[in-house]
Design a protein around this ligand. Structure first.
Ligand code: SAH
Length: 461
């Protein structure tokens, strides 16, 4: 670490900048957020700098820098947009004893300004020792997205209430209070109401009835962690307990806090599975114990996910709850195949069906599904493929109707089988898939659907 990150108190300190155009403007925009006393040396300054000077926000000296001009300055910026002039003023300022920064000149600088995510009083500084400014910008963009724009307001109110919160027992109780404030109660309160909301929250935590449990039923998407919603990610991070079904991959579970309890509980198509009543009971029991529970289900919880049963159990138990939707397997499969699920003039509807139910193979509106142009996504359809094939052909579907089978859609192990209705069962036997698969009947993969997935944030960086 060549550059040591610190936060410098600039209140009332002198900061001097030489320059009056582009580079100077962008530095000044940052510096004006501080309480520094700023002096700018520029023979021909931009109108914006003149305006700041007129407003009394900085002192403007209309000439180039001379020896002694940077005396008593804590920081000096050489920002003249001219290499030679920058070198000259930097030399003078160094002689005057200031710490010097030269814009776009790492070796000439004694300090550098990081990329800043500003949620005053919360600020995040990002530095790469000048090695990768693009990476710094990328991280900044990522954080900008992740940190609520209101974080600063929440932190200011929290600052004022630090003393009052000391009434809570140190450790878990105090931590629970603050995370409740920053992650739930604070973000949900209106700006005008922030202090009141914090008082009320503190009251609640102080009286023993603190933190009633709640349950979020969350869609985990098809498997790629990047296909989680931002809300799913936040809820996972906040959860005390994560109860997940069999199709949720490890990479997603790892987004939960290390201290969270992770309980696998799911229905698998044919293998061993936990009875639904037992799952419902476990969710209710955890919430009653005051836990924040995330019930994590693959894809969208409202599609073949036994969502209603769990909602009914929660409603009957009077437990606070909400549903967070997710990307369903058919959407991910179609995206991988490079195809739309609906196309004008081809199909005005898309059906999501399952080929088996509790009683076995499930009956469907086969005639409708067999119509030309129909598109059907079959979930849990692997073993039922022969049955579906037979029913559709019997009801008049064309034998050459295209079928795309996408296994492990969105995951690294993703595979695609291109088939037709006539050969589906035989092709599937040969394909020998073991992972979850969706059958897209009526869709052929795009000719060049060979996957070039969007670069992930990590790769991009
Ligand atoms: N709620 C889920 C579906 C649960 S039923 C959703 O909206 O996606 C389980 C079935 O979903 C599996 O048998 C399979 O047909 C399908 N499925 C789930 N994840 C999948 C994936 N990554 N790729 C292909 N199919 C998947």
């Amino acid at each position: 670490m060549q550059h040591f990150p610190i936060y410098l108190d600039l209140a009332g300190r002198r900061v001097v900048l030489a320059g009056g155009e582009g580079a100077a403007l962008s530095k000044l925009r940052l510096l004006l957020k501080t309480e520094a006393t700023i002096t700018v040396f520029a023979p021909d300054p931009d109108a914006q700098i003149e305006a700041w000077a007129a407003d009394g926000r900085l002192t403007l000296v209309r000439r180039t820098l001379e020896p002694g001009d940077a005396l008593c300055a804590a920081l000096f910026y050489a920002a003249t947009d001219d290499e030679g002039e920058d070198a000259r003023v930097a030399r003078l300022a160094r002689a005057d004893g200031a710490l010097v920064n030269m814009v776009d000149n790492l070796t000439g600088s004694q300090f550098i300004t990081p990329a800043i995510v500003d949620r005053d009083p919360v600020t995040v500084a990002i530095g790469t020792e000048g090695a990768a400014p693009v990476l710094a910008r990328r991280i900044k963009a990522d954080l900008e997205e992740r940190l609520s724009p209101r974080l600063g307001a929440l932190a200011r109110v929290a600052q004022a209430a630090r003393g009052a919160a000391m009434a809570l027992a140190p450790g878990r109780a105090r931590r629970a209070f603050w995370s409740d404030w920053f992650e739930r109660t604070g973000p949900e309160a209106t700006d005008a109401d922030l202090p009141g909301a914090l008082d009320a929250l503190l009251e609640r935590h102080l009286s023993a009835e603190a933190t009633p449990g709640r349950v979020d039923i969350v869609g985990a998407g098809p498997g790629d962690p990047e296909m989680l919603t931002l809300r799913a990610r936040r809820l996972l991070h906040d959860a005390d307990v994560v109860i997940h079904d069999a199709l949720v991959p490890q990479e997603i579970l790892e987004l939960a806090r290390r201290e969270a309890d992770i309980l696998p509980m799911g229905k698998t198509g044919f293998g061993p599975s936990v009875p639904q009543a037992e799952i419902d009971a476990a969710i209710v029991e955890q919430a009653r114990a005051g836990k924040r529970v995330v019930r994590l289900k693959s894809g969208d919880p409202g599609i073949f996910g036994r969502l209603e049963e769990e909602l009914t159990a929660l409603r009957e138990a009077g437990i606070d709850h909400a549903v967070t939707p997710g990307i369903t397997a058919a959407s991910a499969a179609a995206a991988s195949a490079g195809r739309a699920l609906t196309v004008r003039g081809r199909n005005r509807e898309i059906r999501f069906i399952t080929a088996h139910d509790m009683k076995g193979f499930a009956e469907n509106d086969w005639r409708g599904l067999a119509a030309p142009g129909a598109v059907t996504a079959v979930y849990m359809g692997r073993r039922a493929a022969r049955f579906v094939q037979g029913r559709l052909l019997m009801h008049g579907a064309a034998p050459d109707t295209p079928v795309t089978v996408v296994e492990n859609a969105s995951r690294p192990e993703e595979r695609t089988l291109t088939s037709t209705l006539a050969t589906l069962a035989a092709d599937l036997d040969e394909f020998d898939n073991a992972g979850p698969a969706v059958l897209l009947i009526g869709l052929a993969p795009a000719a060049n659907a060979a996957r070039t997935p969007a670069p992930s944030l990590k790769e991009h960086a």
